[in-house]
Design a protein around this ligand. Structure first.
Ligand code: DX5
Ligand code: ZN
Length: 216
């Protein structure tokens, strides 16, 4: 199966969000990547339910929602109602991660775990079997357009080996600093989902950038 490309709407022009949504609908992108930030877990505030509501009305593709918020378990039902298809919480934000992932699935969504660059892959060993997607942060979360952290490659390989050893096939999603220069190596290392904000929305032709990311 070819890899997933998920443009992050965080990098879109918020004055022209509908245009961005339609562009993604018409492109070869697979998912909408929706970055929700609370100003506590990360030093930035992005957007929440009102924006998701407008997106859900027009979206023809699944919403891959990345929660960069503390105590995400408080909002599982709300995100299900707002139309999230995949709901990803941060390992670092969850005291009872197993319970939170189970509740996400119970609410009818796929369950994702995001890990910050400093969090070791080995911490996922006992949770991987109920994880549909691992969102591996390749920048420190909070902002689009940051520089890719090279150590990510070895983490991808380690995660792929761990998943193989448990006979599991989670999405291995790379989030942050994905470009047309590193996409191919990321896929070769074992990634099967790429988030792209800046690479898509700073391109002269965003649809072509998505096409290029799909074609690796
Ligand atoms: C970072 C977000 C990312 C970000 C990616 O905190 O989780 O999804 O928008 O943007 P780029 O691709 O520009 O690094
Ligand atoms: Zn993200």
């Amino acid at each position: 199966m070819s890899h997933i490309v998920a443009p992050s709407i965080l990098s879109a022009d918020f004055g022209k969000l509908n245009e961005a949504f339609e562009m993604i609908n018409q492109s070869r992108a697979d998912w909408f990547h929706v970055d929700v930030m609370d100003g506590v877990f990360v030093p930035n505030i992005s957007f929440g339910f009102p924006v998701m509501k407008s997106l859900k009305k027009v979206a023809k593709k699944p919403l891959d929602v990345h929660l960069m918020i503390v105590q995400p378990e408080r909002y599982i039902e709300d995100f299900a109602k707002a139309g999230a298809n995949i709901l990803t919480v941060h390992y670092e934000a969850c005291t009872h991660l197993h319970r939170t992932l189970a509740a996400i699935k119970e609410a009818g969504m796929k369950a994702g775990v995001a890990i910050n660059p400093h969090t070791p892959i080995s911490f996922l060993k006992d949770i991987l079997y109920i994880t549909d997607l691992v969102c591996m942060m390749s920048v420190n979360p909070g902002f689009g357009g940051q520089k890719f952290i090279e150590n990510t490659y070895s983490k991808i390989k380690e995660l792929k080996a761990m998943a193989d050893s448990q006979n599991l096939q989670p999405y291995i999603e790379i989030d942050g600093g994905v470009t047309l220069s590193n996409a191919k190596s990321l896929i070769e290392a074992g990634a099967n989902a790429l988030v792209a904000g800046n690479t898509v929305f700073s391109a002269a032709n965003p649809m072509e950038a998505i096409e290029a990311l799909k074609n690796f």
